[in-house]
Design a protein around this ligand. Structure first.
Ligand SMILES: *Cc1c(COP(=O)(O)O)cnc(C)c1O
Length: 488
């Protein structure tokens, strides 16, 4: 009889496994139904593996130690591990050490404590969402941020929707449905995630009229395209690319007088739309919303969770009469923002009243403004602990690197930063060592996300607020040298 056949025959029953202490713990934590199902599934998996002559998956380590260890207790432990893995939330916190501060796939802006508190309060109880506390009558949800947005941008009025894609859709549908929307060929952007300006136009019911060429568009191109069917002129911030060399574009400031003269609304989709001049934090200049309003745009659209540093939201500021039309469009109701994010947005906007303390209070600005020397000191401090956690297969050192802002803000600008680079000590199989390490970091209970480039795994520490968070996360790595498999 083969070892596998012997093992199969001696496999404990479901009941035997359920009588163990580990199974009891599984029942307490996850309920009887789930625990029994997990024990069954674990036993089935082991049986199938043994029949196929494979190492049993759930207890590979014990199996290699000998068949005796396939006892009820170790099977119960495997079932418990299975339940714990399934119970982990899919939407869970990670450490963003990618060097991209506003990483769309990692949730963009990290909210300020004030915004988190406001959102939590809005979740826990009833709030005056569409209720005017002064009169006791019905209010509007935009009222909570209208005043702040007017104050911070100089615009006459403001409204808020689900995200900036929704804001652009609402504006086009309200102002240019069945009419022409004039856009420069150099600004027909794709933002990613299927947000392509020509497609959004079509969905909004506007006819796209392209003017100029990919690299050069002049004021006369716009002037010649304006006719009786024109609904609006749209300026789009080329967020994620830059046309360099023999290039010309018409700034909103130069377009505004033409639009006014011909009676056509000028809309400026800023994308990121910073509320303050980022130059004060040593970053490359990005047009502010107030600049766009002052330049004469009739409507300006921008995101809540890019440079603004708030929750996902789409903000529209501009002329009162146009904002009123947006609010009368039934699409506005379909695209509206929820109470939780509205509360977080109000709290975030309120922080901009005190720009001097913004870097301290708003994580997005704090992360962007961190001096390289500060990040480098953190890298040097953490190097020994990270080297110990990564084990002898890689060398870990503090290095200079370049962070990106992300989310299409300042696409070609990088921010000097620092981090920890792990390089394989052996040349052969080095790529494998790095991809295994990156996978093991992603598999941690608090996943650590870095980037692999130029033969190194780099952890850019710009967005790491707390040394202990990284050390704590890495403590769950398998002890170096014992296994090359990522922890599951
Ligand atoms: C990011 C961006 C959008 C989309 O904004 P979301 O808030 O992600 O929906 C639209 N236009 C421009 C120019 C952008 O940069």
């Amino acid at each position: 009889m083969t070892a596998a056949a012997g093992l199969l025959r001696r496999l404990p029953s479901v009941d035997e496994v359920l009588r163990t202490a580990a199974a009891e713990a599984a029942v307490t934590a996850h309920g009887r139904t789930a625990a029994v199902a997990a024990v069954r599934a674990t036993l089935d998996e082991i049986r199938t593996a043994l029949r196929d002559g494979l190492p049993a998956p759930a207890w590979g380590a014990e199996a290699s130690a000998g068949p005796e260890s396939a006892g009820p207790e170790s099977i119960a432990l495997a079932a418990l591990a299975r339940l714990a893995a399934a119970a982990r939330p899919a939407v869970r916190p990670v450490l963003n050490l990618t060097g991209v501060v506003l990483h769309t796939n990692l949730g963009r802006a990290v909210l300020a404590e004030a915004a988190v508190a406001a959102a939590a309060a809005a979740m826990r109880g009833a709030i005056a969402l569409e209720f005017d506390l002064a009169t006791g009558r019905r209010g509007e949800r935009d009222d909570h941020v209208r005043g702040l947005l007017r104050e911070l941008t100089g615009a006459e009025d403001a409204t808020v929707v689900n995200n900036n894609a929704a804001a652009v859709l609402l504006v086009l549908n309200t102002v240019a449905k069945g009419r022409d929307a004039i856009v420069s060929r150099g600004e027909l952007i794709e933002i990613g995630g299927a947000f392509r300006m020509p497609d959004i136009m079509a969905r909004a019911g506007a006819r796209l009229v392209e003017v100029g060429t990919t690299n050069r568009t002049h004021l006369r191109d716009y002037a010649e395209a304006i006719g009786p069917r024109t609904g609006l002129i749209l300026k789009v911030h080329t967020s994620n690319y830059r046309i360099e060399g023999f290039a010309a574009a018409v700034p909103a400031r130069a377009l505004a007088p033409l639009a006014r003269e011909r009676g056509v609304p000028l809309v400026d989709d800023l994308g990121s739309g910073s509320l303050i001049d980022l130059a004060r934090f040593g970053l490359a200049p990005e047009p502010t919303v107030a600049d766009a309003v002052a330049a004469g745009a009739d409507l300006v659209t921008f995101s809540g969770d890019k440079l603004l540093g708030g929750p996902q939201a789409g903000l529209v500021v501009g002329r009162k009469e146009l904002i009123a039309r947006l609010n009368r469009n039934p699409l506005k109701r379909a695209l509206r923002i929820d109470k939780i994010r509205l509360a977080a947005l109000e709290a975030t906007l309120a922080l901009y009243r005190d720009p001097d303390r913004l870097a301290e209070r708003l994580p997005t600005i704090r992360h962007l403004a961190r001096p390289q020397a500060d990040v480098m000191a953190q890298a040097r401090r953490l190097a020994p602990a990270v080297a110990a956690a990564f084990g002898p297969a890689v060398a870990v050192e503090a290095v200079e690197c370049a962070s990106q802002i992300g989310s299409g803000a300042l696409p070609t600008a990088t921010v000097p930063s620092a981090g920890l680079a792990a390089r394989p000590r052996a040349v052969r199989g080095g790529g494998r060592v790095l991809s295994d390490l990156a996978a093991a970091l992603r598999a941690l209970p608090v996943p650590v996300i870095g980037r692999v480039a130029d033969g190194a795994l780099v952890l850019d520490l710009r967005c790491l607020d707390d040394d202990a968070a990284l050390v704590g996360a890495l403590a769950a790595l398998p002890t170096p040298g014992t296994t090359t498999e990522p922890a599951r």
